[in-house]
Ligand binder design. Structure first.
Ligand SMILES: Cc1ncc(COP(=O)(O)O)c(C=O)c1O
Length: 352
């Protein structure tokens, strides 16, 4: 064996570089500045989650190989959504065994995709908390002399945020120095806050001064709104949003800290209705023929029917300034679901 073989190996990341597209002249309304879409729907698992969870899996493997080289590494997750898919894809990418415990009501589209990655699926419980409890019991029953279990939380882990930072690194790289200096804002949807935390850290690392992050939350899942109001972390007793991937009962300590510190980056929050998120999905489908989840439609809504929110935050910008909308993706929505969204929108308009 050569000395090189004994060096710890740095693995490649499972996420890919996604496209950054200037859509300024393709939007229904002329914005005050340039607008780009960062197309995270192109990730192999279907969403940005692969950046953070892929990075968590990668660094955990590297650590396990260093510290416990003779044990088998296994991946565990309990998300019935895009985080579970990112964990499943990461396991497939690194050729590791993966177990995902999903609530019994989980969508078939997610189950099928997980199966295509070779993940072992267990349907248990009526919600994510019950599924997660079962997963943890399973992990506790593992023989730790044989196996190194890697647990993938959907958002609450600094290593995940570090992986999400790469989204900003990539945007800066793709814009190049002459345009990156005009980057003034990023728009992202907000569930538990992992994406926001990664963007905040990424903007700071890249020294993007005078920048603003506009986080979009639905009023049916107002986790951050309520935490900011309380001045502390709160737990929502029930969250029932059509933007299912944004339906988190709590956010993170770091999120509140970042949000309240405007010394470097200004963070703002807009509450939209679930129906606006559905409208965002339909408008995006019409413009691009691509299907995304309401969790993504939420961020997109600011350049479609919630353009007032865009003007409120970015109306002062100059024509050369740049705002990037994170098209976070999501594969839990099918084309059939989109047709159902139209019906929900129609009904909500009759109510008005
Ligand atoms: C497609 C999509 N967008 C946005 C989010 C919100 O991300 P976070 O929970 O990191 O705020 C999620 C979370 O699952 C998601 O799946």
């Amino acid at each position: 064996m050569s000395t090189l073989d004994l060096q710890p190996v740095a693995l490649p990341n499972p996420h890919i570089q996604t496209s950054l597209v200037d859509v300024t002249n393709r939007l229904p309304i002329k914005p005050p500045c340039r607008v780009f879409f960062k197309n995270e729907l192109e990730q192999p698992s279907g969403s940005f989650k692969l950046r953070g969870i892929g990075y968590l899996v990668k660094s955990s493997i590297e650590k396990a190989k260093r510290e416990q080289p003779n044990k088998e590494i296994q991946i565990f997750a309990s998300s019935g959504g895009n985080a579970g898919l990112a964990a499943g894809y990461s396991a497939y990418y690194y050729k590791l065994k993966c177990t995902v415990v999903l609530p019994v009501i989980s969508k078939k589209v997610v189950q099928d995709k997980l199966k295509s990655y070779g993940a072992n699926i267990i349907l248990f419980g009526n919600n994510i908390n019950e599924a997660d409890k079962h997963l943890r019991n399973l992990m506790n029953s593992m023989d730790l002399d044989e196996v190194v279990p890697i647990y993938c939380h959907p958002f609450n882990n600094p290593t995940i945020w570090k992986g999400h930072e790469t989204l900003v690194d990539e945007v800066v790289d793709q814009l190049g120095p002459s345009q990156a200096k005009n980057l003034r804002g990023m728009v992202c949807s907000f569930g538990g806050g992992g994406l926001y935390n990664g963007i905040y850290q990424g903007m700071k690392n890249n020294n993007i001064r005078n920048g603003e992050i506009l986080a979009i939350e639905t009023s049916q899942a107002p986790t951050l709104t309520q935490s900011l109001k309380a001045g502390d972390l709160i737990t929502l007793q029930s969250v029932n949003s059509l933007a299912t991937s944004l339906a988190c009962s709590h956010t993170t300590k770091n999120t509140l800290q970042y949000f309240n510190d405007s010394s470097f980056i200004e963070s703002k929050l807009e509450l939209i209705d679930d129906v606006d998120a559905l409208r965002g999905c339909l408008a995006f489908k019409k413009c691009t023929n691509k299907t995304v989840e309401p969790a993504c439609g939420a961020a997109l809504s600011v350049v479609y029917d919630k353009i007032d929110a865009f003007y409120k935050h970015f109306g002062h910008l100059k024509p050369n300034d740049i705002v990037v909308i994170v098209v976070c993706g999501g594969t839990c929505t099918t084309d059939q679901d989109l047709a159902g969204f139209q019906t929900i929108i129609n009904k909500s308009e009759i109510k008005l």
